[in-house]
Design a protein. Structure first.
Length: 220
């Protein structure tokens, strides 16, 4: 059997918009407890240029990237069972970040939040009442047996957005037995406008935790 050639991706990332501070001046609250907060900043749109090298062969690549940086105590509230996080880049130049924090009954908590970033970089915080997320399909992992949401409809009425988010592949589950030992779903998705909505298409990245075993991050 021939050995698999090593793949290396090297990118230069250049911000196309200023950094976005989520929450109250970059302080993102996850629950009522004093320690359930984090600092949260994003570059929601970066120009990506570089090389994909496989063995001795290199190919030039270009694209658009998103960078998140969040730090703090790691606490997300005693009753929080997980989260659904969406990063969306739209073809009209706008970007959208949403996260749903789920309580013990599976419904979103009052500390769910979001941010809408305009083409020129101006950002607007989104309260839980400003958006809805509807799950329209589910996928069951053959490994962890976790049942994950697998298709969504996102609506932000005040931004005239009605979007369908569809995973590019159903199975993008991460089972990290050799590193952090958590099991969750994280992957690339396509964004389609709902018929008649006038919304733009785009791309998305989605992270889902708490669907495979106990604990907010998944199966330990």
């Amino acid at each position: 059997m021939r050995p698999t050639a090593t793949k290396t991706l090297t990118l230069l990332l250049t911000p196309l918009k200023p950094p976005v501070l989520h929450g109250e001046n970059g302080l993102s609250r996850k629950a009522p407890e004093p320690d359930a907060v984090s600092r949260y900043v994003s570059f929601t749109r970066l120009k990506a240029e570089g090389w994909l090298t496989r063995g001795q062969t290199a190919h030039a690549v270009t694209g658009t990237a998103w960078m998140d940086h969040e730090w703090g105590s790691g606490a997300i509230g005693k009753g929080t069972t997980g989260w659904d996080w969406f990063s969306v880049q739209l073809e009209d130049g706008r970007d959208l970040m949403l996260y749903l924090l789920r309580g013990p009954d599976g419904t979103r908590t009052l500390h769910s939040s979001g941010t809408l970033v305009e083409k020129e970089g101006r950002s607007t915080p989104l309260a839980p009442t400003d958006f809805t997320v509807e799950v329209t399909s589910r996928w069951t992992s053959p490994r962890s047996k976790g049942v994950y949401p697998a298709r969504w409809i996102l609506r932000v009425p005040k931004a005239n957005l009605a979007l369908e988010v569809v995973p590019l592949l159903p199975d993008q589950e991460l089972v990290t037995d050799r590193s952090t030992r958590v099991t969750y779903w994280e992957g690339a998705c396509a964004v389609r406008p709902l018929p008649g909505s006038g919304s733009p298409a785009g791309n998305a990245y989605v992270e889902l935790t708490g669907y495979a075993g106990k604990g907010a991050l998944g199966l330990f």
